[in-house]
Design a protein around this ligand. Structure first.
Ligand code: NDP
Length: 455
């Protein structure tokens, strides 16, 4: 039986990074991936989604161009062209991932792997068994579709959207998280009629309230029918049409139903019990700061551990694992400042504490904010308002959170995160010279607080 120093289960962001770095440290590494190398992010998540977001923004740009003197032909969008080009780009990236693993000397097995015992894995298609001194579980997450409602089998999840051969004319999206609002927005901008059904009052629970309320109002203003305090109760097929009944009795006819109601750790069929690896009720593998499970030679990184379910976090965890175990440089995963973006239009970017969180730990809080019409909109007559918010601890002047809704919010928040990581104070922002004329300059020109809380 072949024996490796490290066997990685899962070829997504976390697993690939760990495998490559461990191999560079001289380990003999194998990686099993049952679907396509690249994982959720590259194959059916961040990357293809962002390409669709780009596609969705051209319609508005064509309209805006008129105010700047451009006469464009009436524009027409072709889903099949976008799908073909997007799929080609995803395949190109997949090939790069494969070749990077090969260059690093990692053996890739295109099969599902399952524990036979704590050191032995069986590859499901070929039946081959392999042994490894160390094992890393990096199997990611899967869409959560556990609703026991009639017709649930007719609902699609985010994986399915990337396979849709044609664009549905009418779509109902259930959920109010990242995936629901991103897909609702991009499908609406590409021309589908979109209904967003959310069980709460305002989408994007966990984000700053000022962003949530403004985004929701904007989604509605842009033509998405946002129905709150409701859930889908049943789905019925009538030919190609889906008849959806909501919890308030409301009935809607659509061509596709998309559920974006969260994701769960992907542990089914792994044989964790045979390995003795513990997980919680949701399936999340329990790990310590070094990503070590209760079995000392077995570790886990990424969404399967349900810590911070974002690609950059999985990559960090995979790299830290390889450094710790094969580079002999103990690298714990500590509390992190987590910048994130939601690729709606308008885009949302956030880093640090929300106003609600900041108030709990820092009651003497100054709230700076700015809301303005972007310069580009002056001639185009189109465009959403930009909103920026800076939270500052009045006692020591530290910036606690930056939140934005508007073009390039994701790009800006990445750099704001550098300032916050370095411990920037409001005085540092004030001392920074503006770049004019930009929207970003507002971050360094907000002079007086809009609100001083608990004065
Ligand atoms: P989220 O956990 O973000 O949102 C799930 C949504 O579904 C919530 O609005 C939740 O409501 C609702 N919901 C949950 N269960 C039910 C139910 N039984 N009935 C009705 N509604 C329900 O999950 P997503 O699927 O949107 O995304 C999964 C993860 O993927 C995210 O956590 C994120 O880490 C990652 N992601 C990141 C992106 C980015 O960085 N831009 C983009 C896409 C995904 P409630 O608010 O009431 O709980």
């Amino acid at each position: 039986m072949e024996e490796f120093d490290l066997f990685v289960i899962g070829g997504g962001s976390g697993g690939v990074r760990a495998a490559r770095i461990a191999a560079q440290y001289g380990a003999r590494v194998a990686l099993a991936e049952g679907y396509r190398v690249g994982g959720t992010c590259v194959i059916r998540g961040c990357v293809p989604k962002k390409l669709m977001v780009y596609a969705s923004r051209f319609g508005q740009e064509f309209d805006e161009a008129a105010g700047y003197g451009w006469q464009a032909e009436p524009s027409r969008f072709d889903w099949t062209v976008l799908k073909a080009n997007r799929d080609r780009e995803v395949a190109r990236l997949e090939a790069i991932y494969e070749s990077n693993l090969a260059k690093a000397g990692v053996t890739v097995m295109h099969e599902h792997a399952r524990f036979v015992d704590p050191h032995t894995l069986q590859l499901q298609a070929s039946g081959t068994q392999v042994r490894a001194k160390r094992i890393l579980i990096a199997t990611g997450g899967v869409p959560l579709m556990e609703h026991r409602i009639p017709g649930i089998e007719l609902a699609h999840n985010s994986n399915d959207v990337f396979e849709w051969p044609t664009q549905p004319r009418r779509v109902l999206v259930q959920g109010g998280g990242y995936i629901a609002v991103e897909f609702a927005c991009l499908l609406n901008a590409l021309g589908s009629e979109v209904t967003l059904v959310y069980r709460g009052a305002e989408v994007l629970r966990g984000f700053d309230h000022d962003l949530r309320s403004r985004l929701q109002a904007q989604l509605q203003a842009d033509g998405i029918d946002v129905l709150t305090h409701r859930t889908v109760e049943s789905i019925h097929a009538n030919g190609g049409v889906r008849e959806v009944t909501l919890s308030d009795g409301h009935r809607i006819e659509v061509d596709a139903v998309l559920f974006a109601t969260g994701r769960m750790p992907n542990v089914a069929g792994l044989g964790l019990a045979e390995a003795g690896v513990e997980h919680n009720a949701m399936g999340a593998i329990k790990v310590d700061a070094f990503s070590q499970t209760c079995v000392p030679h077995i570790h886990a990184v990424g969404d399967v551990t349900n810590r911070i379910n974002l690609t950059p976090a999985a990559i960090r965890e995979g790299h830290a694992y390889a450094d710790t175990v094969f580079g002999h440089r103990p690298t714990p995963i500590g509390p992190r400042l987590v910048p994130s973006a939601v690729f709606t239009t308008p885009e949302l970017g956030s880093v640090g504490l929300t106003e609600e969180q900041a108030l709990e730990a820092h009651p003497r809080l100054d709230v700076y904010q700015s809301e303005f019409r972007p310069m580009k909109a002056t001639l185009s007559g189109h465009g959403h308002k930009v909103f920026m918010k800076l939270l500052v601890d009045r006692d020591d002047g530290r910036v606690l959170g930056c939140h934005m809704l508007g073009p390039d919010a994701g790009e800006m928040v990445q750099l704001l995160a550098v300032a916050m990581q370095a411990g920037a104070s409001k005085a540092d922002f004030d001392a920074t010279l503006a770049v004019h004329p930009t929207a970003a300059e507002e971050w360094v020109t907000m002079r007086s607080p809009a609100r001083r809380l608990n004065e």
